[in-house]
Design a binder for this molecule. Structure first.
Ligand SMILES: Cc1cc2nc3c(=O)[nH]c(=O)nc-3n(C[C@H](O)[C@H](O)[C@H](O)COP(=O)(O)OP(=O)(O)OC[C@H]3O[C@@H](n4cnc5c(N)ncnc54)[C@H](O)[C@@H]3O)c2cc1C
Length: 482
């Protein structure tokens, strides 16, 4: 039997996404010997078409086919590559709302959590990621949302993105400032190392201390064992994988019990002229009914248009050949419901379930109806809502029919915003970690990713994840000299 390859480090960081990459940069720059292990591969930005099925195959977990069981089940996606979700996402940047930070501080007893400090960190992140609006022309799909909302008098705005653009360039010419272009190179410049294609299987433990990690390295389908010894381990595998890793380590207190997401329902809208830009999404969001309901644009690659039409293929299917004239939009809600993430012995991926409340299901129906209204106002010829047996909506009368036929249990609900499976705070009854991410009951196991957010923030979450991760990493450096 071949011996496992072994590595040593001061701090092992599991995952290289929004939480892991920022943590690695802060720690490495403070002099810590950092090793990052990342289950996915290093995929250069630009080597796959954004939002394509090829990208889903290369950079998403299970090719993007992952589901939280429930009534309805909720399809979710996770990035699995160097840089995690930041490599594949829409890049739409929202600071965490100040009121939300204040609520979390008091409700979960989070120490030293002044919203002004976090917003100062957001300002640093904005500069590091070149967060900005599109300097030139928007895509047609963006203009549709703005036009429809303006005609209804509904509040809408362009959301800035972490992109760099040539001077005066249009929306599709931006370069996404993901972790492989920003915080990971910063970490490497200060000596951090990364092992891609290395999946952490298990952290070994003796009482309150983690003692080592067991990993599998996979190249061209061949797997080999790897071990790592460390002083501290910081788990940043994202809100689904992090609780599964902790549970496999025997750490279960408040872990994986409070998954929070922003559920979305979709529709495809058909216009007279070509409007589809497969490699980009709308930069406008409609916030008239926020925080409960928000509208935005979804990836509209032809394969995804086909998927959006499958809810009533008999009536919608013929539209697929006109895909250049179609674009997909979503209505997202804040959800009262919660989900569970449970590691199952002997099974690679955890079992995920999510329960929408009655209020959530009603909001999804209201959201879809109002979104269809925006599309009609913007000049859509036909709207194809994503629920089983949905009618084609061509006018307000059809809209009323659609509303009466909608049931959330028939809808194709999905989410890309996953949070809150190891919430942080000193209130041990509610929280899995302390106020800075140290898992309760341990001396050296930390979490520093979306799992820490006590609730879904009601806006796109990456900035919240990064700001909290940087705050916690700095505290770690203050307490443990490099
Ligand atoms: C399609 C999509 C669109 C999105 N759009 C936006 C947007 O426009 N704006 C926004 O703010 N947010 C957006 N998000 C959400 C945002 O990307 C996430 O909130 C953010 O990436 C979460 O950071 P994280 O560090 O918690 O996890 P991730 O960024 O997902 O990183 C976790 C990493 O850990 C790795 N990992 C997991 N388990 C293991 C293991 N056992 N061993 C080794 N490595 C492991 C994973 O491969 C992954 O790379 C989007 C997400 C998706 C998927």
């Amino acid at each position: 039997m071949t011996r496992a390859v072994h590595h040593d480090c001061d701090v092992l960081i599991v995952g290289s996404g929004a939480g892991g990459a920022t943590t690695a940069a802060v720690l490495a720059e403070a002099g810590h010997d950092v090793l990052i292990v990342e289950e996915g591969s290093w995929v250069e930005q630009g080597s796959t078409v954004p939002f394509s099925l090829d990208q889903m195959d290369k950079q998403y977990r299970s090719g993007g086919v992952t589901v939280a069981l429930g009534l309805p089940s909720i399809a979710y996606t996770e990035g699995r590559c160097a840089g995690g979700g930041t490599e594949v996402n829409s890049g739409l940047y929202w600071r965490p709302p100040e009121a939300t930070l204040e609520l979390w501080r008091t409700k979960y007893q989070i120490r030293d959590f002044a919203s002004s400090d976090l917003l100062d960190i957001c300002a640093e992140v904005e500069s590091e990621l070149s967060v900005q609006k599109v300097p030139g022309e928007h895509t047609d799909a963006s203009d549709i949302l703005r036009r429809g909302a303006d005609r209804l008098g509904w509040r809408n705005d362009e959301i800035p993105r972490w992109m760099t653009y040539p001077e005066g360039a249009g929306a599709t010419e931006g370069q996404r400032q993901s972790m492989t272009r920003t915080y990971l190179p910063r970490a490497f410049a200060s000596g951090a190392r990364i092992l891609c294609d290395h999946r952490l299987d298990k952290i070994t433990r003796s009482g309150r201390r983690a003692t080592g990690a067991e990993l599998t390295h996979t190249v061209d389908g061949e797997s080999s064992a790897v071990t790592v010894a460390f002083r501290d381990v910081i788990v940043c595998g994202g809100a689904i994988q992090t609780p599964a890793i902790l549970q496999r380590t025997g750490l279960r207190h408040r872990v994986g019990r409070t998954l929070a997401v922003h559920p979305t329902v979709k529709l495809a809208a058909r216009f007279d002229d070509p409007v589809n830009t497969p490699e980009d999404v709308s930069v406008f969001q409609v916030k008239q009914f926020a925080p409960n309901i928000s509208f935005g644009g979804s990836a509209s690659h032809p394969g995804l248009v086909a998927l959006a039409l499958t809810d009533n293929w008999r009536d919608f299917g013929s539209a697929v050949t006109a895909w250049p004239e179609l674009a997909i939009y979503y209505a997202a809600i804040t959800s009262e419901g919660r989900g569970l993430v449970q590691a199952i012995p002997g099974v690679r991926d955890p079992l995920v379930t999510y329960r929408l409340t009655k209020r959530d299901r009603d909001l999804l129906g209201q959201g879809l109806a109002r979104l269809a209204m925006v599309m009609l106002e913007a000049g859509a010829e036909e709207v194809y809502p994503s629920f089983k047996q949905a009618p084609i909506v061509r006018d307000r009368a059809d809209l009323a029919t659609m509303t009466s036929m909608f049931a959330a249990s028939k809808a194709s609900v999905m989410t890309v915003h996953l949070c809150s499976t190891a919430p942080m705070g000193d209130d041990e009854r509610r929280c899995a970690t302390d106020s800075h991410g140290l898992v309760h009951g341990t001396d050296n196991v930390f979490v520093n990713d979306a799992a820490l957010l006590p609730e879904a923030p009601g806006v796109n979450p990456q900035a919240s994840v990064m700001a909290i991760a940087i705050r916690n990493a700095r505290r770690y450096c203050d307490e443990r000299a490099g």
